[in-house]
Design a protein around this ligand. Sequence first.
Ligand code: CKX
Length: 603
Amino acid sequence: MEDSLLYPVINNYRSDQKLDGLWNFKFDPTSVGGQKGWQNGFSDGIEMPVPASFNDFFTDKDAREYTGDFWYSKSFFLPTYFEGQDIQIRFGAATHRAVVFVNGQEIRSHEGGFLPFTAEVSDAVKFGKENVVSIKINNELHRDALPAGDTLKLKNGKRAVNPFFDFYNYSGLNRSVHLLALPKDHITDYSTTYDVSDDQATVHYNITANTEADFKVNLVDENGKVAATSEGQSGDLTVTNPILWNVRDAHLYTIMIDLVKDGQTLDEYSDEIGLRTIEIKGHEILVNHKSVYLRGFGRHEDSIYAGRAFDLNVERRDMNLMKWIGANSFRSSHYPYDEQVYKFADREGILVIDEVPAVGFKMAAASFLGGLDQSFFDGEWVTELYKKHIDQVRDMIKRDKNHPSVLAWSLCNEPDTSTDAAVPYFTKLFNDSVNLDPEKRPRTFTLNEDDTFEKSKCKQFPDFFLLNRYPGWYHKWGYEISDGEAGLRAELDEWKKSDIDKPVVFSEYGADTEPGLHKLPSIMWSEEYQIELLEMFNRVFDSYDFIRGEQPWNLADFQTVEGNMRVNGNKKGLFTRDRQPKAAAFYLRKRWNKLPLNYKAGQ
Ligand code: CKX
């Protein structure tokens, strides 16, 4: 049966109990856990916090860098009053592939480390007794999987990953695990689309359930007043004098759905939604028919100790930093984040470009020095990779489609689009994903320096462009930055001359910066140089009408693989890894707080 990816709620019909906390944990380098019966649970492991990445808790390098199979197990008590209900265990994320067992019975497997999945365990659990859930996870990287990379065998017999991307391969149960009890007849999904004007808004809704039933739907405003009602599996909710969801001025309504059979309510699901529309018209990004200029960041889910785990404390701080600096958007680079991030963004009025973990789709990324010449999309891995890619696009859209904050879908980061082999791949990807979002939000991908206006063969696909450009850092750096600016302008002049009538957003640019390093005149890595580089980009952005957004790389410094280009991580953050501002953050704050929301509107 298809996964329901609805976020867990608690009400009279549904129960949600988190299984977070300490789990038993064991590495399984020779994949013998199954033969040894670890699917039945084990008690000789180490205690491992969930949600968390396992890596940074360890003090020895073999454990931190561990690549292969590893297991978590935990026992939980299931009260008898849940008997007769559908029991599910929902994993927020398991990096990167997993097999779930309950009381020794294999329940299901799942591929993809950044999206949730549920294990239907009603037939495997014992009510009124202790139960054991075990999960075997594997964190290897492969070319036919997302994100892309290789798994190497070292001469000492140990495995290591070679990611085709720079963020650290943090692994484990990075998000919460939920034990759910749902009514047998239940709602499995819902979706909404919108029409809005100043004095009226209509929500067109559609509900899916695991049974034929009647449905009652209420839309409740922020004061708890019913603003509209409807009946039926699909229908319209019309609100007069609505309070629209707007950028940095968010207002939410609660949609309450009742599943009814023979006049009796059997299930209820409620969620917060925002009344707003999103469109791209010519160079404009429009929210509620009004032009919006994006400013914000590429980000990572990354913090000390727990690695890539979702941490409410870090997220609260990040949201406050984004508000302080005047941001109105971010890209969930390079994978869909925990659902609570989108809930925050919904409430704060921050737009999200939601990205699938399709990163590293470029052979040049496989090896920095002496990159392989082959086109990524010529490889024999592409057929298998595509299946996983479209599956994860489908699940990302299914999971996140009801968030008002989601502005667009990014289907890939920096793929190699400069060869003919990329064209059929992206033709299929864009065709197969066209109807996945009922709202038909814009779809795009980022293009990096190898995929210039002149070189990319895939400019026909995105609804708007995301450009990652690094003059001043990866080329034409230091004193040569003026040539970097000239080169950037030369490329943008080509975009300008073309008949492409779509917005361009700069989704990455930046300079690694060591906090506290000051130098007059500037040198690379100093706080002064980071400001000079941002000033250069901003001069360029202000010269071209069709540039409709700026998202420097990155909100905060983050952990990467080791390498001769990195000193303990990627330091392009405007904030340090412990979320304190570098000097450039104050510079950017001044600029962003001056720019009107509709900067360049009508141009
Ligand atoms: N873009 C030349 C993808 C990000 C990296 C960023 C960087 C690259 C640059 C591509 O995930 O962190 O190297 O800073």
